[in-house]
Design a protein around this ligand. Structure first.
Ligand code: SAM
Ligand code: DTB
Ligand code: SF4
Length: 336
């Protein structure tokens, strides 16, 4: 069997097999994940994406980690959907700063048809800047997914967030099946899927394995697989619990989660997503070693902070990493 065949994606993973990967000796796990990573990707390349919250706060869902849910008092002010011109100006600045992909996020339970024309304009204009386009707007119908695709949307982000058993402890206003249905509409419309979850919400290793098992047994693996470390937001039930107990996820367990994601979804872009702000340079380096090859940059996620661009740029220089796609002079120059 050729090396590449041994690393071919599989869709028949069992939960027990995924749990067994988590249980591997750490050095073996990271070594295997690094080998798989190198079979499919140049390990010196990391994709840079930038996020913008185009509609902030006041969301009808009760996701227990989220600063933007109207169910919790987090001090965040709700805002209206931004104008397309303002979004495009932010996208242009992100592109000029080195981002290859621009992701527009809205704090909605589901997309309303009345907002579609403005979103379609926004997406088409961002795409015209030469960037990959991504959006995360809550649940979609099949027709809405088709309209977004026609407007030029490349990726749709919709996370499963956690394993099926722990899901009820995270959110009760939307079912796991509804999330799977939206993902099916995105795939059927011909868009790429961005789907992952959050670790550090008080879930067990079995729940983390449950999440990755779900992702690895989808009809198509997510093209992008974000692993978010919980950013504990005061006022949210899950954030408050972590803040009170002082129990963030163990960093070695976080790296294990990245490595298992790389092993079960070998060709996905595994994104070291939220939570990077609190991580050491060494921990981020371990995550890249374990197969993470995508990050968000630009100082801010949706509502919470990220490292500054010049800090990321220095990290890339010190680790001999380069942004995927064309190397942007500004990103490299920021380290100097
Ligand atoms: N409303 C849309 C939805 O939920 O699909 C889009 C926006 S939502 C903020 C996108 C994702 O961000 C969530 O699915 C969750 O995985 C992640 N997220 C939100 N708040 C987070 C936090 N405090 N820490 C880590 N990840 C978070
Ligand atoms: C994803 O999985 N993580 C990103 C993106 N998809 C949309 C969002 C992270 C949000 C973190 C909390 C915040 O900044 O509000
Ligand atoms: Fe709303 Fe998305 Fe936040 Fe859930 S994660 S409360 S759906 S913005």
């Amino acid at each position: 069997m050729s090396k590449i065949n041994a690393f071919e994606p599989r869709h028949d993973w069992t939960l027990a097999e995924v749990e067994a990967l988590f249980d591997l000796p750490f050095m073996d796990l990271v070594h295997q994940a690094a080998n798989v990573h190198r079979a499919w990707f140049d390990p010196s390349e990391i994709q840079l994406s930038q996020l913008l919250s185009v509609k902030t706060g006041g969301c009808a869902e009760n996701c227990g980690y989220c600063s933007q849910s109207a169910h919790f008092k987090t001090g965040l002010k709700a805002e209206k959907l931004m104008e397309a011109d303002d979004v495009v100006a932010k996208a242009r600045a992100a592109r000029d700063g080195g981002a290859q992909r621009f992701c527009m996020g809205a704090a909605w339970r589901e997309l309303k048809d009345r907002d579609l024309p403005k979103l379609a304009t926004m997406i088409a204009e961002v795409k015209a800047l030469g960037m990959e386009t991504c959006a995360t707007l809550g649940m979609l119908t099949a027709d809405q997914a088709k309209t977004l695709k026609a407007a030029g949307l490349d990726y749709y982000n919709h996370n499963l967030d956690t394993g099926p058993d722990y899901y009820k402890d995270v959110v009760t206003t939307r079912t796991y099946q509804e999330r799977l249905d939206t993902l099916a509409h995105v795939r059927d419309a011909g868009m790429s899927t961005c789907c992952g979850g959050i670790v550090g919400m008080g879930e067990t290793r079995r729940d983390r394995a449950g999440l990755l098992h779900q992702l690895a047994t989808l009809p198509a693996h997510p093209d992008s697989l974000p692993i978010n470390g919980l950013v504990p937001v005061s006022g949210t039930p899950l954030g408050d619990k972590v803040l009170a107990e002082g129990k963030a996820i163990d960093s070695i367990e976080f790296v294990r989660t990245i490595a298992v994601a790389r092993l079960v979804c070998p060709k996905s872009m595994v994104r070291l997503s939220a939570g990077r702000e609190g991580m050491s340079r060494e921990l981020q380096a371990l995550c890249f070693m374990a197969g993470a090859n995508s990050i968000f940059v630009g100082g801010k996620l949706l509502t919470t902070p990220l490292p500054d661009m010049d800090e990321d740029s220095r990290l890339f220089q010190d680790l001999d990493l380069k942004p995927m796609g064309s190397v942007r002079a500004e990103f490299v120059a920021a380290a100097e």
